[in-house]
Each structure stands twice: as C-alpha cells, then as structure tokens.
Write a protein that binds this ligand. Structure first.
Ligand code: MG
Length: 401
C-alpha cells in the first residue's frame, strides 16, 4: 500500500480586506506543494477560533492521513467531548474544507465532482437592496435587476427598520435601538410598494433577523403572503423553533431558516416536520462541507431546498465551498451573495465569478481558490467591540440582534 499523505502543519490566516474579519485555515501536507484551504470565519470572535485551531486542533491533526476526511470530522467533533458550539465548529470547518480541497487536488477534480457531479452549471444568486423609504428600496432593486439579478432581498432601514421616532425613557442606556411593532408596519408597506411597483416577475425575499416576538412573526408571515415572497428568512430565533408550526398553520409563505444553527438538534425537527422550505446554515458554523452535504441530502428527501448563508463574513474560501455544494445539490434553491470588492478578488485568486445573477465555478481541482498571504498580512484584523448586536427595544430592554 502506498504511504499516506499526512498533515505536517496547520496555519490560521487572519485578514480583514473588507468589513469582516476573515479566518482561513491552511493545511500543509507531506507532499511538497500540496496544501488545502478552509473557511473558519466567525468574525465576532476570531481570536477564540484562532486559539481553538492553533492550540487544540493543530496538535490533534499533525501526522494524520489527509484522505480520511469523514473519520477526522467524526473524531474532531467529539474530541473536545463538549461540542456543537460556534467556535469549535468553525475551527473544524477550517479543517474539513481544507481536506476536501486537498482531496480534490489529489484527484485532479473540483470538489463538486467528488460530491457526485453537477446538477447545474451555475448557482442563481440573490443580492441585497436596502433603503430608508419604499421608493429608495425599489430604486435599488431596479439597479440590481439591471446587473442581472432576478432575486433580491429587500429591507427597509436595515434589520429591525429605522423607527420614525423612539420614545426612550430618561437615562436610556446606549445601544442599537429599534421598535419591533413599528418595523412590522413599515416593512409590510415597503414590501407591498416594491411588489406593486415592480411587478410579479422579480423574486423578492425578506429577512426578519429574529427581531420579532414569536406571535408577531407569525402575523408577519401571514400578512406578507399576498406579496408572494420567494422566502421569509429568520422569522424566529433558533430558541423559538417550536413556533414554526404556527406559521405553517396560517399561511404558505416559504420559510428559510438556519444561519445561527450549530447543532443537528436544531435542524432535524424542522426538516422532519416539513416546517421550513429552505435551509440556510452558515457552512463553517455547522462544521464544514461534510455535515452540509449530509443535511442537504436529507433535506432533499423532505422537499426542502438549500440557501446557504453567503454574507461578507463568509470568506471567499467559504463562498467557494457554498458554490461547490450549490452546483451539486439536486435540491439547491438559491445562493446569497455579498458582492466582494476588487481587493478581495486580488487577495483570493479564484474567488467565484458572477455574471448576470449567476455564480460560476471554475474547473480547477479542489475548491479552486487560493490566498495571497503577503497581501492578506497587509490587512490585519482590527479589534472592535461589536455594537450592532447590542440591540435594545424602545424602553431600553435588551433584544436579540
Ligand atoms: Mg440572515
């Protein structure tokens, strides 16, 4: 038997070429020049992920056979005994994606071939349109449509909206304030305006971002039904999963859920109960390509499609992983896309190309993406106390972000 190719080093690259702090794992091997890249981006807690990789995962992996992805994933997920948290899952994702990248390079095939081959040539994308008024949102949708996007997520004034007035009590503490009831009224008016102004052909999406009380989210899903959303995202927080059945009972608005999920215990009941229509996990948050492939295959049997999380706090390596899953999965639904700047394309050669609302994979072996480490080093991650997640209701009480 041929001597196995083994892991000789695990490096963690931190960089911030745009707004988000990105974490990329590089696995080096005993074969000269052969390495793999994986995304481990958890932008709000990047130091914790860095330490988990370098101090815990690296010693665990050195000397292991690079070909045994499944075994290493299964071992890594329980090696800490306590498991299923965002820090460790992201670290494991960095390992998992890098090993798929290496396997593809060894086979001389793109990762989508290893998964079973293409079901489609490209992934249909949705992009984001925002605005302070319904008219501004509609203008921004038009602009995206001119660029070729057929699916657009529409928000008014960001997550939770921008309340016309906020009556805070005296001595109100600093924070990211919003008024959930005001948001419902303004968001529904905006969606109605965009739909009636732009017509039936454009596909519209909306993200509640878990900012409503569960009963208000059920009402929102029902009231938005006439405007035929492609999907309604994060209507509820993962902690309120039990409420999804109430949404199903009152409307047929398609439901997308999952960017905050870490744990199979969170997605299994929603799939089995046919309570959602799109899975939108953050692939690195759930542990990488291996668990995503398994969940996609399971969801396919339940008539549920994929819509993997694809914002700026997924590295281009993570977007490449999304894309390989997208072109393979028989039950692919849609892919979120954040429109990276030119610097990101320069730093990550092979960042997926987008034309007319579709994202195309290249045919390079593995994930088909690389990183210019010298350039990445010029954009170090900056420390910052995150303020947008310090969310408060009008009376100052803490709310979910
Ligand atoms: Mg979202």
């Amino acid at each position: 038997m041929a001597k196995p190719v083994t892991i000789t080093d695990v490096q963690t690259i931190l960089t911030q070429p745009a707004g988000s702090r990105l974490i990329v794992v590089k696995i080096l091997t005993s074969e000269p020049g052969l390495y793999g890249l994986g995304c481990a981006t958890f932008t709000q807690r990047f130091h914790a992920v860095y330490t988990a990789i370098q101090k815990h995962l690296r010693p665990f992996l050195i000397g292991r056979d690079v070909d045994r992805i499944e075994e290493l994933f299964q071992l890594a997920i329980v090696n800490s005994y306590w498991r299923n948290g965002p820090v460790l899952n992201n670290a494991i994702s960095g390992m998992d994606m890098a090993l798929w990248d290496i396997k593809g390079k060894r086979a001389g095939m793109p990762v989508y071939q290893l998964l079973g081959g293409k079901c489609r040539e490209a992934a249909a994308l949705y992009s984001h349109a925002d605005g302070r008024t319904p008219e501004e949102v509609a203008d921004n949708v038009r602009r995206l449509r001119e660029q070729g996007y057929r699916y657009v997520r529409i928000q008014i004034g960001g997550y939770g909206g921008e309340a016309e007035r906020l009556d805070r009590p005296e001595g109100a503490q600093p924070g990211a304030y919003y008024d959930p009831r005001d948001y419902v009224r303004r968001a529904l008016k905006m969606i109605e305006y965009v739909r009636t102004t732009l017509g039936e052909e454009i596909e519209l999406l909306h993200d509640i971002h878990e900012r409503l009380r569960p009963i208000d989210a059920v009402g929102f899903a029902r009231d938005v039904e006439p405007y035929k959303l492609f999907f309604l995202e994060d209507a509820l927080a993962p902690e309120d999963n039990e409420w999804f059945r109430h949404i199903r009972q009152v409307c047929t608005t398609p439901i997308a859920m999952g960017e905050l999920f870490n744990n199979p215990g969170e997605w299994l009941p929603l799939i089995e109960g046919r309570l959602i229509d799109f899975l939108r996990m953050h692939i690195s948050q759930m542990g990488g390509i291996t668990p995503a492939r398994n969940v996609a295959a399971m969801a396919n049997m339940y008539g549920i499609r994929t819509a993997w999380h694809g914002p700026g706090d997924v590295s281009p390596v993570g977007h490449a992983a999304n894309l390989h899953l997208d072109v393979w999965a028989p039950n692919f639904g849609i892919q979120e896309w954040c429109r990276f700047n030119d610097l990101v394309y320069e730093m990550f050669p092979g960042t997926p190309e987008v034309r007319d609302g579709y994202m195309y994979p290249n045919d390079l072996p593995g994930l088909g993406i690389d990183i210019d480490e010298k350039l990445a080093a010029q954009y170090p991650c900056e420390d910052e106390i995150i303020t947008w997640t310090q969310t408060r209701s009008p009376d100052g009480g803490p709310m979910r972000p």
